[in-house]
Design a protein around this ligand. Structure first.
Ligand code: PEP
Length: 256
């Protein structure tokens, strides 16, 4: 049975004090007997958030801190970038890769996601690889083709021994920050197909164990329905992760 993972993506929100307050509230109140939790603050607050969380609970597999992005390069003249080793040094456990906002606004292609994924899989960090179609692509019946292309691109040339460390997130672009959520049935269809694809690209065991999160306007009142579906193994939560009470309700809604 795959244990659920609930990931909070704070994006470019909050100041240092707010980040510490939110992390402290979530870390001290989150019940994680039934699910793993990761919070992903802005990079500049990672250190403060790690310290705040360490003050109230042990950081481990069930509760950890993630970054929202990382460089594919180990070091060098790359102004503003942050390396995998720097995140490891801080005590970060996860990193989100290929978020649609980075694909859309920062021109991250499947090849860039692939390079970053290779860098991350060579480290102790766990990647959460995001894929998802736009509204036009869905309306044109291209959803499955698009997410298959994104997964194939991200994992191109990566062997199963490394790929098995990754988490996937299906995030339809039209549902991110819009208040529109995929129905549990729409999400399950894509999740089931992604799992099948991981079986084709790798093997049945990897397909059976890979966690596939759903993201896109997950809220306290739709989380349980979405996560009741057999191939939905948790949630990647944007807006609703910025309020401790709401995020805690989403954590509580994870399937035991
Ligand atoms: C996200 O940023 O990954 C996301 C799913 O955002 P929201 O929950 O706000 O739609």
């Amino acid at each position: 049975m795959r244990r659920h993972l609930i990931a909070g993506n704070w994006k470019m929100n909050l100041n240092g004090e707010q980040a510490v307050d939110l992390a402290t509230a979530v870390a001290s109140l989150a019940k994680t007997e039934h699910a793993d939790v990761v919070i992903c603050p802005p990079a500049v607050y990672l250190d403060q958030v790690l310290e705040a969380v360490r003050a109230v609970r042990l950081i481990g597999k069930d509760f950890s801190i993630g970054a929202q992005n990382v460089s594919d390069q180990p070091n060098g003249a790359l102004t503003g970038e942050i390396s995998v080793a720097m995140l490891e040094d801080l005590g970060v456990s996860y990193v989100i890769l290929g978020h649609s906002e980075r694909r859309q606004y920062l021109h991250e292609t499947d090849a860039v996601v692939n390079a970053k994924l290779r860098a991350v899989l060579g480290s102790s960090l766990i990647p959460i690889v995001c894929v998802g179609e736009t509204l036009t692509e869905r309306e044109q019946g291209e959803t499955l083709a698009v997410v298959r292309r994104q997964v194939a691109g991200a994992f191109s040339g990566i062997p199963a021994e490394l790929a098995q460390k990754a988490e996937l997130a299906y995030e339809p672009v039209w549902a991110i920050g819009t208040g529109k959520t995929a129905t549990p049935e729409q999400a399950q269809e894509v999740h089931g197909d992604l799992r099948k694809l991981m079986g084709e690209q790798y093997n049945d065991q990897l397909a059976a164990t890979v966690r596939i999160l759903y993201g896109g306007s997950v809220k306290a009142d739709n989380a349980a329905d979405l996560m009741s579906k057999p191939d939905i193994d948790g949630a990647l939560v944007g807006g609703a992760s910025l309020q401790a009470e709401t995020f805690l309700k989403i954590i509580a809604a994870a399937r035991p």
